[in-house]
Design a protein around this ligand. Structure first.
Ligand code: AMP
Ligand code: MN
Ligand code: MN
Ligand code: MN
Length: 264
């Protein structure tokens, strides 16, 4: 069976609507998918509708941003969307994301690049990510393109970089489990820790209730996939596969001219 359990839509920083992204997934041969937008499940209803009419399965999903000295993303699957505690948790994550965006905007203004909040307003009901800010910078003429804006100003090491003030990954795992969901470590290959620290983190999370590892991730080498599969097996965790799709060219997350969130 073909599937992709890690997909973004314009409810976070993806280019397409859930309907369009699922249509593409089906076209690519997927029978089971999961829409996993950053810190939100607002697109899940639309994804379920689309899945139904396409005759495929959408697993209820979200990608939770957490922080353990470095960014650690936890995929949440099959949780109860009506769970009040989980809803409060997601609300808190959205508020933190918003606060972080405001801090980034304040720093950019200090560097002579003011971005009025209304530039981002069209995505407020969805979740503001750094890509939205990068696109606003291009629109306002501060940088020539998206990647330059990200690298020069928004990614780790940049002068106006603001670290995510996320919850710990242990807390993310706990909240997902309490809402009846399964917690999976997203793209372990992208966690910025040395191999020893990374294995220690994964063992800690396994002890805290982690269920699985996204060992199969876009562009991972065979050796990397094998390494995480073996680690998963040794810890009694299952393995998932995800493309982390945002747009056709995954380097460019959103194109302002087409994106309903970011075109104003
Ligand atoms: P945020 O959620 O605000 O921390 O923004 C992170 C998002 O930026 C990720 O989900 C990616 O979609 C995107 N991103 C992270 N690193 C890069 C990069 N090096 N180049 C382009 N996009 C990136
Ligand atoms: Mn993203
Ligand atoms: Mn991620
Ligand atoms: Mn993702």
């Amino acid at each position: 069976m073909r599937g992709d359990l890690h997909i973004h839509s314009h409810y976070s920083d993806g280019l397409y609507s859930p309907t369009e992204v699922l249509r593409r997934a089906k076209e690519a041969g997927c029978e089971v998918v999961s829409l996993t937008d950053h810190d939100t499940f607002d697109g899940v209803d639309e994804a379920n509708e689309a899945a139904k009419s396409l005759g495929i399965k959408n697993v209820t999903g979200a990608e939770i941003s957490s922080y353990a000295g470095t960014k650690v993303h936890i995929l949440a699957y099959g949780f109860n969307r009506l769970d009040p505690r989980f809803n409060a948790f997601i609300k808190e994550l959205k508020a933190r994301r918003r606060e972080r965006a405001e801090k980034i905007l304040a720093r950019l203004a200090d560097y002579g690049m003011p971005i009025p909040l209304r530039e981002l307003d069209s995505c407020v009901s969805r979740e503001i990510s750094r890509p939205h800010i990068a696109l606003a910078m291009v629109r306002l003429g501060y940088e020539k393109d998206f990647i330059t804006a990200m690298r020069k100003w928004l990614l780790h090491g940049a002068p106006t970089y603001v670290p995510a003030c996320g919850v710990s990954p242990e807390e993310a795992v706990e909240q997902i489990r309490l809402a009846g969901g399964l917690a999976v470590l997203a793209h372990p290959v992208r966690i910025d820790l040395d191999p020893y620290e990374k294995t220690a983190l994964i063992k800690r999370l396994a002890a805290a209730g982690l269920n699985g590892i996204e060992a199969v991730y876009k562009r991972s080498s065979r050796a990397t996939v094998k390494e995480f599969k073996e680690l998963a097996r040794s810890l009694g965790l299952f393995v998932t596969a995800g493309a982390d799709f945002h747009a056709d060219n995954n380097e460019i997350i959103a194109r302002p001219q087409n994106n309903p969130i970011v075109s104003l």
